[in-house]
Design a protein around this ligand. Structure first.
Ligand SMILES: Cc1cc2nc3c(=O)[nH]c(=O)nc-3n(C[C@H](O)[C@H](O)[C@H](O)COP(=O)(O)OP(=O)(O)OC[C@H]3O[C@@H](n4cnc5c(N)ncnc54)[C@H](O)[C@@H]3O)c2cc1C
Length: 466
């Protein structure tokens, strides 16, 4: 009986329930000519990856993309198995034994290093961990932050840095009406941070944030966005590029930044100070961060024409006890799966995992999303990316590379249940989702998120099991 035929479903494990996992499932389940079953695993009890644990709490509209994923989950060929971590409860060898194919859609959850002295002094934090903490990820619930100082420094110049800066300066009443974790709302409300300095390595023309995010803070009446006029004036290289190569995002950013520089300080008591051509050189402090030493940079044209930053001797100290490193995410390896340490991705060709050393194909193993291409792109970027991976998988199926016998779903369920007693199903998630929304409605918030696995399990237990 061919795999994928009427009697022998193609059994696919998808590891990760973020956008790339769900778009992979959607594309697999939309194949009319292939009989397929999808089992999706996630290490946390709740689905949706960074849509739940990354996207900013005040950007609710963006999160409504989960309705599309809910439609996929409603397919009776789909199973969700939450709170099951690959590498802990089940491993790569299990997946290869129980499935014809596995798609790794595990994202890129680690942060990148700045590579400067005293980078990890207490008070200096990973941006990705902070984002996960304020979004109620149970993996990050136990973290603590000291918001008692006036100033925080965010290293980075992209949308994640902008999200972090905004969360630090928004008034507590406003945060309370979002789905921000309640522990974060309380801690920020009790804190005294009123100024956030964002440090961008390159100039305003190279900033990675989008005009929409910049405009969002620029248009607030209760927050000043301070931009130094001399830092928005373009250097000759950037001016040349701006004249030769139109770029809508860049040009809009520059326009807004110039307006902000002209507007100056309006004396609001909360402010975001956007610095450009400024790199941290070292953190200073005895037992805790006390200041960031910053070098002024200049731009030069590097290989292939890209503008790069290099430090000058011009230095300054920015006193602060709170630093967030928001210079990018990176993937982490999974035991038994090839990993490219330089790109921090799973090496692949059109989604099919390949051996790192000789490039040979590993039929039956695939990657999608951030772990496939690196941590770039918006939610929608993951759709064509996942479709490409699934097309490669189907090509391998048709070429006969996935023809083997695997145990039934019942046997799989027994294995997973033995390894992790506290796993969650889709019905469990729907119950938790309902409770979160009900609790939110009482306080005029979209939801109050569960932030602890034990609490989720208690609620599920009290409901009477699933
Ligand atoms: C802070 C932030 C804000 C963003 N805001 C926006 C925005 O406003 N709009 C927008 O369009 N895009 C936004 N993005 C980008 C968007 O979130 C990503 O493009 C997208 O989430 C990547 O999808 P993914 O499926 O590859 O990874 P993820 O969304 O990270 O999903 C990976 C999943 O894999 C699970 N997992 C990891 N390891 C294991 C394991 N070993 N076993 C089991 N499960 C595992 C994780 O728990 C997670 O659920 C934002 C990103 C960040 C970081």
């Amino acid at each position: 009986m061919p795999v994928g035929g009427p009697r022998t479903p193609l059994r696919v494990a998808i590891i990760g329930s973020g956008p790339s996992g769900f778009y992979s499932a959607e594309h697999l389940l939309s194949q009319d000519d292939v009989n397929v079953q999808v089992d999706m695993f996630d290490r946390v009890p709740t689905p949706f990856g960074l849509v739940r644990a990354g996207v900013a709490p005040d950007h609710q509209k963006i999160k409504s993309v989960t309705r599309v994923y809910e439609r996929t989950a409603a397919d009776d060929r789909f199973r969700f198995r939450g709170n099951v971590e690959v590498g802990r409860h089940i491993d790569h060898a299990d997946l290869m034994e129980y499935f014809h194919a596995v798609i790794y859609a595990v994202g890129a959850s680690a942060d990148r290093r700045m590579g400067i002295p005293h980078e990890y002094l207490p008070g200096s934090h990973s941006g990705p961990e902070f984002v996960a903490w304020y979004n109620a990820s149970p993996l990050d619930r136990a973290r603590t932050y000291d918001f008692s100082g006036f100033r925080a420094v965010v290293v980075g110049n992209g949308n994640v840095a902008m999200d972090i800066a905004r969360m630090l300066v928004l008034p507590a009443e406003e945060l309370a009406r979002t789905d921000m974790a309640r522990h974060a709302v309380t801690a920020l409300a009790e804190g005294s941070v009123r100024e956030v300095v964002m440090l961008g390595r390159r100039g305003p023309a190279q900033a990675a944030f989008t005009p929409k995010e910049l405009r969002e803070v620029a248009e607030r009446d209760d927050v000043d966005v301070i931009v130094h006029p001399d830092e928005v004036a373009l250097d000759p290289h950037s001016r040349h590029d701006a004249e030769q190569h139109p770029d809508r995002n860049r040009d809009q950013n520059l326009e807004i930044l110039r307006e902000l520089a002209a507007r100056g300080d309006r004396g609001r008591d909360r402010r975001i100070v956007m610095r450009f051509l400024a790199s941290p050189v070292s953190l200073h402090g005895t037992n805790h961060v006390e200041a960031v030493e910053v070098a002024r940079n200049e731009l030069y044209r590097g290989d292939r024409g890209a503008l790069r930053a290099r430090m000058t001797d011009d230095r300054e100290m920015i006193p602060t006890g709170l630093v967030f490193r928001a210079i990018g995410y990176q993937g982490v390896p999974i035991a038994g799966v090839p990993f490219d340490p330089l790109a921090a991705t799973i090496p692949n060709e059109a989604g099919r995992v390949i051996d790192l050393l000789d490039g040979s194909p590993r039929y039956g193993e695939y990657a999608a999303g951030w772990i496939k291409r690196g941590p770039t792109g918006i939610i929608g970027t993951n759709k064509p990316d996942a479709q490409e991976t699934v097309e490669t998988l189907l090509q391998d199926l048709r070429a006969g590379h996935l023809q083997r016998r695997v145990p039934s779903r019942r046997v799989l369920a027994r294995l997973v249940g033995e390894r992790q007693g506290d796993l969650t199903s889709w019905a469990d998630w729907q119950y938790l989702d309902g409770v979160e929304q009900e609790m939110g409605a009482e306080v005029d918030a979209p939801r109050i998120k569960f932030a602890r696995v034990e609490t989720m399990m208690r609620f599920l237990g009290e409901r009477g099991g699933s």
